[in-house]
Design a protein around this ligand. Structure first.
Ligand code: PGA
Length: 265
């Protein structure tokens, strides 16, 4: 894992933007896995601005949404499909046929989930999966106790997640109890994972995920086994990490390995 500690939220978003932009320069049919939530908003804003400046072209980019509420139609204002359109997709030149989402009102849930996995495979897998993290360590809607090798499926949300997401609904009772989410096994097959976290309320989840044991009780802890994971967090989210200084030292020296070898010659 590469742990990148930035001063603030804006710098986190800038780092994620750079990673995506550099990846797109190498492969302009990039396959992105995209989350909802507050955390990625700044990244979407930056990418849309980059597009407006004519620096990035999304016409060959493919996106897969990470999760969706079960029972909400695509055009429901609180569906994750609406979120993605409003906050990102309608601001870029992505082709409609390249946008893939989990259907919140499927006729057959199991078939739908299986087809979603097949579509991801058909596009050669996800190149970069962006993730936020829940205060309980969830990734996507894989709540604690989710199998660490789970696939796309239905999950029951925790009370805590329902509470956290209720700010977007008029009434807490309107928040769906169930969701569809890519599984942890699905997420782990992404070629690169970029997890973003900002704020003190994420510090405990970040600490347990990065420095604690790998356990289904903290789903994000599985990322310790992923060979290409970048965790980009601000000072507040990093505040409980015991290895914080070392991670900063590693990052500072990152570009210098070749210089170092050169000098040793
Ligand atoms: P947030 O949600 O970005 O709104 O904090 C993250 C999550 O619950 O995965």
């Amino acid at each position: 894992m590469e742990i990148i500690i930035k001063q603030n939220y804006d710098q986190i978003c800038e780092e994620a933007e750079t990673i995506i932009y550099q990846a797109w320069k190498k492969k302009n049919n990039l396959v992105l896995g995209l989350p909802t939530g507050r955390t990625p908003l700044g990244v979407y804003k930056r990418l849309a601005a980059l597009h407006n400046k004519g620096e990035i072209d999304f016409s060959r980019v493919v996106t897969f949404s990470l999760d969706e509420y079960l029972g909400l139609k695509e055009n429901h204002p609180q569906s994750f499909a609406s979120y993605m359109d409003k906050n990102f997709l309608q601001h870029i030149n992505i082709k409609k046929e390249n946008i893939f989402r989990l259907n919140g009102t499927p006729e057959n849930i199991d078939n739908n989930c299986r087809e979603y996995e097949e579509k991801i495979k058909r596009f050669g897998g996800i190149d970069i999966q962006i993730l936020g993290i829940g205060r309980n360590g969830h990734i996507g809607f894989n709540e604690p106790s989710s199998s660490l090798s789970s696939r796309t499926r239905v999950k029951t949300l925790t009370q805590e997640t329902i509470e956290a997401n209720s700010r977007l609904f008029k009434d807490k009772n309107e928040v769906p109890r169930f969701c569809l989410t890519m599984g942890i096994g699905t997420i782990m097959e992404s070629k690169m994972i970029v997890l973003l976290a900002s704020g003190e309320d994420k510090s405990e989840a970040i600490c347990k995920s990065l420095e604690g044991p790998i356990t289904a009780s903290v789903p994000a802890s599985i990322l310790q086994l992923h060979p290409q994971t970048k965790v980009i967090i601000d000072q507040e989210a990093a505040s409980l990490l015991t290895g914080k200084e070392y991670y900063q030292w590693v990052y500072k020296n990152k570009e210098r390995v070749s210089d170092y070898l050169e000098k040793k010659k």
